[in-house]
Design a protein around this ligand. Structure first.
Ligand code: PEP
Ligand code: CO
Length: 400
């Protein structure tokens, strides 16, 4: 369902002729807010808040990504599947940034290449879901959709979609972004740009650049469920100057992916578009070579990243969602081999990883599924522990 455009004079920016036209296109995965009037008021407030990134920063990141597209450097993009409001403190931000830095330093040292460091952080609060409801024990409840929409507590009331959470997500993102800014080596921010009522009020017009930018994050991406070439999410990212990402899998024809590439990267600019491959370990070797060749033949100088997580999730015997480290590594090997076969640079990794020694994926220190219950704290998908993530980075490096 596409929500109607919020009633606000401020939305979104001062560019004539482009006034929040994104609401005219189909938007999948949008909340069903319990208080539509409050949502209008909150969108107005969001539109008046300071942005979290600058156009100069977006330009700098695009340049760094252009070097990756040219095969001269690599990317390590990593963080939570879903960030939590409670853990959006400067201390948590520092621990998460340290985790990414340790993995990126290892990758840089082992390859002798510069590594662009990007967190799934400071805005990763929205989750697309395959079904509107989920079973929690015996109870069927509205699905948890990320802290920006509802609360994961297994209660009907907690699962209501509350627009006040849009402002909480903004404040949590701002706290995290500020903490990241204070670090000597800056971590770039990224998240899935999913909730239009959050992203659109944070689109702004930059006078000097004479262009629109998305002020919520450095690198927004469109996910597997919202990357339709004619959908609102792709249209939104097409209109902003940020570097942008898009998940890619084997579902849907290559022609549709080429339409998405055309919208997001019409000028064939290195550093503009990052494609995040998530085929699954069983499919990547067979399907990615043709896809990568087609994108190259269409002239898009994209960055290719491997997300070896989302195509390999299953429900364990103990009932928890999990992923096998060995299967994740198999997808990484398949990714590198497939891109090499297509004559394309494997640009790096996109991982779900915790700063804590969680027991959410099986492998390394998590010997079997029975151990998953020890420290399983994710709000959504199972993340790698820092040690498991180091193994995945090593597998990538060995494949290069
Ligand atoms: C994610 O990155 O958390 C996610 C939901 O991925 P995908 O859109 O690829 O399923
Ligand atoms: Co996830």
């Amino acid at each position: 369902m596409t929500p109607s455009r919020p009633e606000t004079k401020v939305l979104p920016t001062s560019r004539p002729g482009r006034q929040s036209h994104w609401y005219d296109f189909h938007a999948a995965q949008q909340p069903d807010w319990d208080d539509p009037q409050a949502r209008d008021e909150i969108c107005t407030q969001l539109a008046e808040r300071p942005v979290l990134v600058s156009v100069d920063e977006l330009r700098a990141l695009r340049q760094e990504l252009a070097a990756v597209a040219a095969g001269r450097s690599l990317v390590l993009q990593a963080g939570d599947c879903a960030e939590s409001f409670a853990q959006s403190t400067p201390e948590h931000a520092a621990a998460k940034a340290d985790t990414v830095a340790t993995l990126a330093d290892r990758l840089a040292a082992d390859t002798g290449t510069a590594v662009v460091r990007i967190g799934r952080i400071a805005g990763q609060y929205a989750k697309p879901r395959s079904a509107p409801t989920e079973l929690v024990g015996e109870r069927e409840l509205p699905s948890f959709r990320g802290h920006i929409v509802n609360d994961p507590a297994p209660e009907e009331d907690a699962r209501r979609h509350r627009p006040q959470r849009l402002l909480q997500a903004y404040e949590a993102s701002r706290t995290t972004a500020r903490a990241l800014r204070e670090r000597p080596q800056r971590l770039w921010t990224s998240h899935e740009a999913l909730i239009l009522d959050y992203e659109v009020p944070l689109v702004r017009f930059d006078e000097a650049a004479a262009d629109l930018f998305l002020g919520s994050t450095h690198l927004p991406w469109v996910g597997e469920r919202t990357r339709q070439s004619d959908g609102a999410h792709v249209r939104l990212l097409a209109d902003v100057v940020n570097p942008v990402g898009c998940k890619v899998s084997g579902s849907g024809p290559i022609e549709e992916l080429l339409r998405v590439c055309e919208r997001l990267d019409p000028d064939r600019t290195p550093g503009r578009l990052t494609l995040i491959s998530r085929f699954g370990a069983d499919h990547v070797a067979r399907q990615l070579p043709d896809v990568a060749s087609a994108v190259r033949a269409a002239g898009h100088p994209v960055v290719w990243l491997c997300d070896p997580m989302h195509g390999n999730t299953y429900r364990s015997r103990v009932g928890l969602k999990t992923r096998q480290l060995s299967v994740i590594q198999q997808e990484v090997r398949g990714f590198v081999t497939a891109l090499r076969a297509a004559g394309v640079h494997p640009g790096g990794l996109h991982l779900e990883v915790s700063a804590q020694p969680v027991t959410e994926c099986v492998g390394a220190e998590v010997a079997d599924e029975e151990q998953l219950t020890t420290r399983y704290t994710t709000l959504c998908d199972p993340r790698l522990s820092p040690r498991q993530a180091a193994e995945v980075v090593r597998t990538f490096t060995e494949g290069l």
